[in-house]
Design a protein around this ligand. Structure first.
Ligand code: FAD
Length: 266
């Protein structure tokens, strides 16, 4: 149990050393705040760190990571940019994998690969017909991604008024479901089902899931090249927690004996 007086030494107390808490604590420490990061487990990382049991490692959550690329069609990836800001980019090695997912449907299997060409090749290899409108669909997804990113990065809402070209698409598709758009653009059921296969990540079936969210998800997978870090658990999941912990201010665990990962602020 931490003494109440301990809290007086800090500007900010962050509860939970998952990737969210680690990132917040590291950015606050970087901004000069005195940060205490409190974690109830004996290890940092939350859902992005595997559980170890004897010689075995179990994935508990994340297995793919996007945005590790220093450069891509939309600029530096977000994870890379974060690590750069924290001066931790050199501490991480991300290993791109291809394909990042293999979709198996009754009677067909297709490798979902990152990079526009590889993605189209994988999909059309399994479905030689029915994908005539795929390039237009991918263009639309990229446009929506660019627009959404501009909205997220806009420092002031009225800044958006200076970028009139980004709003019409976002407004047009704001209420569209995956099914609304994909059934129109890819009428052939089999390639469409294959293209929609990652809908569980959105938590809703294509009839209810947002087309905008699907477009953003697919664009990060396809275009944030060289895409994700190593699949499976071990190496990459250690990559983020360790350097982030090293920059996250003072960290302590509620598990006894209390363990300190880092004493330094930055
Ligand atoms: C099965 C699965 C698959 C996923 N796949 C991917 C993927 O491929 N790619 C991807 O990018 N994302 C993926 N995600 C999502 C990603 O893992 C999470 O979004 C991310 O890890 C959440 O981080 P967080 O810091 O918000 O929360 P968490 O990782 O849950 O961390 C919360 C931390 O707070 C601690 N804590 C909780 N309560 C307290 C308390 N009272 N006091 C002190 N500490 C406390 C916990 O012990 C934990 O360490 C997946 C998630 C799941 C579940």
């Amino acid at each position: 149990m931490l003494k109440e007086s301990t809290f007086d030494h800090f500007d900010v107390i962050v509860i939970g050393a998952g990737v969210g808490g680690l990132t917040s604590a590291a950015l606050l420490a970087k901004a000069g705040k005195k940060v205490l990061l409190v974690e109830k487990e004996a290890r940092t990382g939350g859902f992005i760190r595997p559980l170890e049991y004897g010689p075995y490692h179990f994935d508990v959550g994340a297995r793919l990571l996007m945005g590790c690329n220093p450069e891509g069609p939309f600029g530096p990836g977000s994870v890379h940019a974060l690590l750069e800001v924290l001066g931790a980019a050199d501490l991480c090695e991300f290993i791109p994998i291809q394909p990042f997912v293999t979709i198996r449907l009754p009677g067909s299997t297709y490798p979902m690969a990152s990079g526009r060409e590889a993605f189209v090749e994988g999909l059309s290899g399994a479905f030689p017909t029915g994908l005539e409108n795929l390039p237009q669909l991918l263009d639309l997804c990229s446009r929506l991604y660019r627009s959404a990113k501009a909205v997220m990065l806009a420092k002031k809402p009225w800044g958006l008024l200076k970028m009139p070209s980004i709003l019409p698409d976002l407004l047009r598709y704001r209420n569209a479901t995956m099914e609304d758009v994909l059934s129109r653009v890819i009428p052939d059921l089999r390639p469409r089902v294959a293209l929609e296969a990652l809908w569980p990540y959105l938590g809703l079936a294509p009839q209810r899931a947002s087309f905008l969210m699907w477009a953003l998800l697919m664009t990060t997978y396809i275009e944030e090249v060289p895409i994700p870090a190593k699949v499976g658990c071990i190496p990459w999941q250690m990559q983020l927690p360790v350097p982030l912990s090293a920059r996250a201010g003072s960290c302590c665990s509620a598990v006894k004996p209390q363990r300190s990962w880092s004493k330094t602020g930055q």
